[in-house]
Design a protein around this ligand. Structure first.
Ligand code: ACO
Length: 332
C-alpha cells in the first residue's frame, strides 16, 4: 500500500476535526468534498455565507461544516483566549478581533487551542511563513522543545535505499538559523516522526559535505556539534555523522568512508545542515526521481498544523489532512 493510503486508512479509523481556513481557494472545497465523502476527517471551512456561496457553489457541501467567524457563538471565547496568549505582547481585544477576522489562520489556531478542532491545514494560497506564524505564536512548541521544524516523508519508487525507498527529510521548511543544538533537536524529533509515520526503527544521518572530518570548516564543526549533542540527548537512537549523502545511503560508499558507523549505508532519516540543503534536497528527489514528497509536516508543535505547497492539487490536500489527523490521533 502506498504511504498516503496507509495514512488515509489510519485517519478513517478515528475521525478527527480539521479546519481549512482557505475558503477562497477552489482546491479547499474540492478536497473537503472528497475528505467528507470518504470519511477521512470531519471538515470545518471558515467562511461567511456569502464567501461560501461564491466559492463553494460548484461543490456538494453536504457534510462539510461551514463556520462564519463573524457570527460564531464561540467568537468571544477565541478573542479572550487570543488576548490571554498574547498578554505579554500587549494585545488588546480590539486588535485580537481585527487580526482574527482579517486572517482566518488565527481563528483556526484558536479553535484548536480551545479544544474545538484537532488540527489545521492551510497554505494552498498563503506563503509558508504566513501559514505557520499564527501556529508558532498561539499553539507554541511541545514541552521541552525549543524549535518547530518541518519534515517530508519522501517515498522513492524502485529504491533500495532507506526503508524500502521511504525516508524522513528534515528540516526542509522552517528554521533559517541552525546551530549544533538545533540540529540535534531536529534529529531527535525526526527520529520520532520516522517511527510514528513509517512504523520502523529510524537510522538518522546528520548530513554534511564531509564524512568523519574529511573536510574542515565551521559548517562541518556545526554538524559535528549537533551529532555530539544528539548522542547525549538521545542515546537510544541509531544516529551518526557527520556523513556525506552517499556514505549515508550506499553501503559500498559507507564501507569506504565510515566502515564502523551504525548508520552509514542504511540511513532512512536524513537531517540536513541548512534550510537551503533540506528544501533543495527534497525537491531534487521529488522531481528527478519522481518521488512522492508528503509535507512539510510540522514537528515539535503542541498541536498539528500543516502547510501546503501553493502548487498543490486537491488530492495533496486530502493527503496532508490525513497526516494531520494521524498526528492528532498520536497526540491523544
Ligand atoms: N519554532 C518555534 N517558534 C518559533 C520558530 C520555530 N522554529 N520560529 C519562530 N518562532 C516563534 C517566535 O518565537 C515568535 O514567537 P512570539 O511572537 O511569541 O515571540 C513567533 O514565532 C514569530 O517569530 P519571528 O522571529 O517574528 O519570526 P518570523 O515571523 O519572522 O518567522 C518563520 C518565523 C515564519 C518560521 C520564518 O522562520 C520563516 O519564514 N521560515 C522559512 C519558511 C519558508 O519560507 N520555508 C521555505 C518554503 S517551504 C517549502 O518549500 C515546502
Amino acid at each position: 500500500m502506498a504511504f498516503i493510503d496507509e495514512m488515509i486508512a489510519k485517519a478513517k479509523a478515528d475521525k478527527k476535526t480539521i479546519v481549512l481556513p482557505e475558503y477562497m481557494d477552489h482546491r479547499t472545497w474540492e478536497a473537503a468534498v472528497k475528505i467528507v465523502k470518504e470519511g477521512v476527517a470531519n471538515i470545518v471551512i471558515l467562511a461567511t455565507p456569502e464567501q461560501a456561496a461564491e466559492h463553494g457553489k460548484d461543490y456538494d457541501t453536504n457534510g462539510i461544516t461551514v463556520i462564519d467567524p463573524a457570527t460564531d457563538p464561540n467568537r468571544q471565547k477565541y478573542i479572550d483566549k487570543f488576548c490571554e496568549l498574547r498578554a505579554k505582547k500587549g494585545l488588546t481585544p480590539e486588535d485580537a478581533e481585527k487580526q482574527m477576522m482579517a486572517d482566518y489562520m488565527y481563528y483556526a489556531c484558536l479553535m484548536c487551542k480551545c479544544g474545538d478542532a484537532d488540527g489545521v491545514v492551510s497554505g494552498a494560497c498563503h506563503s509558508t511563513g504566513n501559514t505557520i506564524r499564527p501556529a508558532l505564536q498561539l499553539l507554541k512548541t511541545k514541552p521541552g522543545i525549543s524549535s518547530v521544524s518541518g519534515f517530508f516523508v519522501v517515498e522513492v519508487p524502485n529504491c533500495e535505499y532507506g526503508e524500502n525507498g521511504r525516508f524522513v527529510f528534515a528540516d526542509c521548511a522552517v528554521n533559517t538559523d541552525f546551530d549544533g543544538a538545533k540540529l540535534a533537536e531536529i534529529a531527535g524529533l525526526s527520529a520520532e516522526s520516522f517511527k510514528s509515520f513509517i512504523g520502523a526503527e529510524p537510522k538518522v544521518a546528520m548530513l554534511s559535505y564531509s564524512s568523519y572530518g574529511s573536510a574542515k570548516h565551521d559548517d562541518v564543526t556545526k554538524v559535528q556539534e549537533g551529532v555530539k549533542i544528539a548522542h547525549e540527548k538521545f542515546p537510544e537512537v541509531a544516529l551518526d555523522g557527520e556523513l556525506q549523502l552517499d556514505a549515508a545511503l550506499d553501503p559500498t560508499v559507507a564501507a569506504l568512508k565510515a566502515p564502523e558507523s551504525p548508520v552509514a549505508g542504511k540511513a532512512n532519516t536524513l537531517v540536513f545542515p541548512s534550510l537551503e540543503a533540506g528544501n533543495i534536497g527534497y525537491k531534487l528527489v521529488q522531481r528527478l526521481a519522481k518521488a512522492n514528497a508528503y509535507g512539510p509536516v510540522l514537528q515539535g508543535l503542541s498541536m498539528p498544523v500543516n502547510d501546503l505547497s501553493r502548487g498543490c492539487f486537491a488530492d495533496d490536500i486530502v493527503g496532508v489532512v490525513a497526516m494531520t489527523a494521524v498526528q492528532a490521533q498520536m497526540a491523544k
